[in-house]
Design a protein around this ligand. Structure first.
Ligand SMILES: [Zn+2]
Length: 409
C-alpha cells in the first residue's frame, strides 16, 4: 500500500473502532479508488457488516477473495453473514446470499469461494442482476439450460437458444424461444439487458452476433458477456473462436457499443496452471484409461496431486498481487501478460435510456418483443400450436432454423 492509501485505511479503521461505520466506509472507499486491495476490501466488508448491511458485506468479502483466495478469515466472515442474510425478504432485488448458495450448490460451481475465476463469474452475473429493475427486459442469448435464470427472477427474463449443444445432455425445456443469435427473432431497440455467457466462441460469425446485440438493445441498454480466451475445444464441431480483450473491444466499437469494462477472470499464472491441470485431468479421466493404459492415467493423477499440493500454493502466493491482474485495456507490455480462461465484458449501447415497462403477462411481453426472423415483420399469429408470420407467411416449426417458440407459463 502506498503512504496515502495506508492513511485512508488507518482512518477507516479508527472510525470502525468507534462504530462510526458510515465514516469508515467513506475512508475505505477513498482508499480503494486506485488499486484494489484485498485487505481494504475486507475492512470495508467488516464495516458494512458492522452497520447490518449484510448484502453489501458479502459482496465485498467476495471482491476481497478475488484477489486473495487463500484468506480463510475472509471466507469465514462471509459464511457467517450467509445464513441470516438468506432469510431476509428482498422485494424486487436479487438476494446475494441466496444466489451464492444456489450458484455453489445447484449450479455446479462448488469452488465459488475458492477459485477467483468462479468468484468473478458470480460477481459478473450479480452485477448484471443489480442493474435491473422489475421493469427490465432481460434477454439471455444462448441460454442453454437457463443456468443464469435465478439471477434475474426479479426482472422480465427471456431466454433463447438454438438447441445445438453437442457435448452435454442439456434440458432445453425451460427456454422461452428457440432462435439463432446471428439472426434474432427480436425487435430492434427492445431489450434493456443482454446476457451472453460462454457462447460467443460457438458462433461461426461473432461479428453478426455483435451486430444483433447492438440492434436489439435499447439505447442505454447493457450487454454482459463472457467469452473464453484459453479453453479446450468443446461442443465440437460448434467451437470456432477465442477472444482477446482487444478483440472484444473491437467487436464493441465496430457495432456501436461502448465497452465499460473488460476483465480477465484469472491472472497469468493461475490461468496457465488451470490449463495444465485441465489437460492432465483429461488423461486421468478418459484417454489412457479407456485405451488400456491405466498406469498412464495413474501417472497423470499423481502429477495432479503434486501440482495441487506443492505448486498451486506457491502460484497463489506469487499471483495474489492485484497488479498482476489488471482490468481494462493497456498498451504496456506488463499489462499484456495475461492468460485468463475468459474475459468478462460489460458494454453499453450509447443514447438516452428508454423507459422500461412491466408487461401484464409473459405472453404480452413476448408478443411485444418477438418479430419474424425471416422478414422482420412484427405481426405474428401465435394462436395455433405453431406460429406464423402474417407478412411472409413463414411458419415456425421446431425443426426449422430460427424458430421462435412461444411458451406461455
Ligand atoms: Zn416474416
Amino acid at each position: 500500500m502506498s503512504g496515502l492509501i495506508e492513511e485512508y485505511n488507518y482512518a477507516g479503521l479508527q472510525c470502525s473502532e468507534k462504530k462510526d461505520f458510515h465514516g469508515a466506509i467513506r475512508w475505505f472507499d477513498k482508499a480503494l479508488e486506485g488499486t484494489p486491495s484485498p485487505i481494504i476490501l475486507f475492512n470495508l466488508a467488516n464495516a458494512y457488516r458492522g452497520m447490518g448491511e449484510l448484502q453489501k458485506a458479502i459482496e465485498h468479502y467476495l471482491k476481497s477473495l478475488v484477489y486473495a483466495p487463500q484468506y480463510n478469515l475472509t471466507r469465514n466472515m462471509l459464511l457467517e453473514c450467509l445464513a441470516p442474510c438468506r432469510s431476509l425478504h428482498i422485494d424486487g432485488k436479487p438476494n446475494i446470499a441466496e444466489l451464492l448458495v444456489k450458484f455453489r450448490d445447484d449450479m455446479g460451481w462448488p469452488d465459488v469461494l475458492e477459485n477467483p475465476s468462479s468468484t468473478k463469474e458470480f460477481l459478473h452475473l450479480y452485477a448484471a442482476a443489480c442493474r435491473c429493475t422489475p421493469d427490465s427486459v432481460v434477454l439471455d442469448i444462448s441460454a442453454g439450460f437457463c443456468r443464469n435464470k435465478d439471477f434475474f427472477l426479479h426482472t422480465q427474463y427471456v431466454s433463447i437458444d438454438l438447441e445445438v449443444a453437442s457435448d452435454w445432455n442439456w434440458d432445453f425445456s425451460k427456454l422461452d424461444l428457440i432462435g439463432d443469435a446471428l439472426n434474432l427473432p427480436i425487435k430492434k431497440n427492445s431489450i434493456d439487458m443482454i446476457l451472453n455467457s460462454s457462447s460467443l466462441e460457438h458462433y461461426p460469425d461473432p461479428f453478426a452476433a455483435f451486430a444483433e446485440f447492438s440492434r436489439v438493445l435499447k439505447p442505454g441498454g447493457f450487454l454482459y458477456l463472457d467469452a473464453p480466451f484459453t479453453h479446450v475445444e468443446h461442443q465440437i464441431p460448434h467451437d470456432y473462436f477465442r477472444f482477446s480483450r482487444y478483440g472484444l473491444n473491437y467487436l464493441c466499437s465496430r457495432y456501436g457499443l461502448a465497452p465499460l469494462s473488460i476483465t480477465p477472470d484469472s491472472s497469468y499464472l493461475m490461468g496457465g496452471y488451470r490449463m495444465l491441470f485441465e489437460a492432465l485431468s483429461a488423461f486421468k479421466n478418459t484417454d489412457f484409461v479407456k485405451n488400456g493404459l491405466p498406469e498412464r492415467g495413474k501417472a497423470a493423477e499423481e502429477a495432479m496431486a503434486y501440482l495441487e499440493a506443492k505448486v498451486k500454493p506457491l502460484f497463489i502466493d506469487i499471483d495474489q498481487d492485484p497488479l498482476l491482474c489488471p482490468e481494462g485495456l493497456s498498451s504496456t507490455i506488463t499489462n499484456c501478460t495475461q492468460y485468463p480462461i475468459r474475459y468478462n465484458l460489460v458494454a453499453k449501447k450509447p443514447g438516452e435510456q428508454l423507459p422500461s415497462r412491466r408487461y401484464s403477462s409473459r405472453a404480452a411481453l413476448l408478443t411485444e418483443i418477438v418479430e419474424c426472423p425471416a422478414c422482420h415483420a412484427a405481426q405474428l399469429d401465435w394462436s395455433a400450436s405453431q406460429c406464423q408470420c402474417m407478412s411472409c407467411e413463414m411458419i415456425f416449426g421446431r425443426n426449422e432454423y430460427a424458430i421462435p417458440r412461444l411458451v406461455i407459463s
